[in-house]
Design a protein around this ligand. Sequence first.
Ligand SMILES: Nc1ncnc2c1ncn2[C@@H]1O[C@H](COP(=O)(O)OP(=O)(O)OP(=O)(O)O)[C@@H](O)[C@H]1O
Length: 593
Amino acid sequence: MSTVVPKPRKAFEDGPADEAQERLPIAGPAEVRRAFVRILADDRGRAVQVLVLYLLAAVFSTALPVLLGQVVDGIGAGWSVARINAVCSVLVGCVAVQFVLSRLGRRAGYRFGERAAAQLRERVVVRVLRLPLDRVERAGRGDLGTRTAADVNTVADLLRDHGPIVATSLIEVVVLYAAMFVIDPLLGLAALVTLVPLMLAARRYLRRASGAFVEQRAALSEAAETLSASGAGSQTVAALALQRRRRDLGYRRGEQVFGTFARVVVLQSEFFMVLLWLNRIQVALVLLVSGLWYFEGGLTVGAAAAAATIAVRISNPTNAVMTHLGEFQQGAAALARIEGVGLVESAPREAVPSGSDLRLDAVTFGYGDGPDVLHGLSLHPRPGERLVVVGPSGAGKSTIARLLAGIDRPRSGAATLGGVAVGDIGVEELRRRVVLVTQEHYVFTATLRDNLVLAAPEAGDATLLEALRRVDAGWALEAGLDVMLGDEHRRLSTAEAQQIALARVVVADPDVVILDEATAGIDPASAGRVETALAAALAGRTVIAIAHQLQAAASADRIAVVEAGRIAEEGSHAELLAAGGVYAGLWHAWRGE
Ligand SMILES: Nc1ncnc2c1ncn2[C@@H]1O[C@H](COP(=O)(O)OP(=O)(O)OP(=O)(O)O)[C@@H](O)[C@H]1O
């Protein structure tokens, strides 16, 4: 249900605001290894199939040098043309089989990767949806966005493309080295000489690159955060003339990203240069040893030709493994960030409320490590009443809404629903009973029907149409439930989006509705109409409305006036006016009297 929408940060600060956010954790190597094994194990049948196909393809690929060597020796030994043709036919057959097997392997690998990537995507979404809302807000859009999109794509690329290439190449390398030993152990040893420096160079590269990749992804995520914050807060940026500072911050982030990319490129070029020279040295060594060994009579020309072919061929899969090591590092760094989402500790929410009596008792609360913004505040909306909370800006009205909706937990005191702490109630159970509507509404790219049934999947068309009627959404009734919504289809005005959100509440049918300036984005005339329609739609339910417009307060059953984090006054409109206190002052000021 989209009805719980985090209120944006109060102040759009420059630079430091970005740093002030608390990024989600990053998983350690052991967790990444476990996650990788889990991905393989989840579809082990297909993983084994891929490996077997690649292994067979690699075995058939060694037929080329081995049979070629035999033909060379056979010609020397005076083989008949028919025999040579027969061996060459077998050779061509082996190459064809190898081609088919490696195609099948690549296809199976691709399918495995696609499936694994899809499962990973689902897991990430489920995990993100499970995160406590306050934690999501603190993490920032950039961090979450990068983890759920770019990082998942990086791992998906690894599983689908780079993983299968490395698996094939690795198998091919092993089989080719084995073939070299079978041809002649001395040549096998000569080929292995360069393997030691290669391993050392790869280890050094990986050690240096792994840190660089983590930094690169973090820099990308910071840059995304800065850009998205500047975009989301563009009006505030313009209002406070922060354009230059935001642009400078954007440049700094861009430079950081560039710096990390440059570091990776330097590391890669150094490593690939070493790789190239080791390839050459390996071929030269094998040619040299096989030549000497041939003159010593330990080797036939055919075996030497086969060894030379293998030495040249080994460089291809070796290079493929080495060049894709970076992608493995990138994938591991991305997987570490994805797994990090699951490391956020959230207390289990299993409490079951008995009833829908929602109340705050002597709560104090402050954001992060900041000072208290609510000071021992108590509020007890009576079942079925319409309680309107008013007060000056910054008094703590929205904070009250957040505590009542279980988004934040009080530092002391209690926010309870049906006798249990609101923050301990399972999110689904809580949303069945209490729904918070803010002025930020999200309309999904989907049909109007799908946008509404989010609130209650089992709701039928009649219920949805009735809900639209109740919030006075004539345009939606006209367009019909099958109309596609979203920027690329039917773009909704703020007022229309709000009507969708309010209709969701009617469909969800909760016991308690908290409206945090829910109609603030609608023009006053429409807001009045929607509010009247909504009041009728929500009759019988407990409604707690946070209001800027005192007009909404006049018709409330009860009004609570909040001032500097405390309840200053409570009573009906008439009682508070008669008392001549804070509310009466606000009322007269609002009426311009
Ligand atoms: N996410 C946040 N991080 C830090 N401080 C916050 C945050 N949200 C609100 N505050 C601070 O908490 C105090 C109460 O804010 P709150 O939004 O509850 O007030 P409000 O009465 O709803 O104000 P308004 O009518 O302007 O929406 C303010 O001092 C505000 O700056």
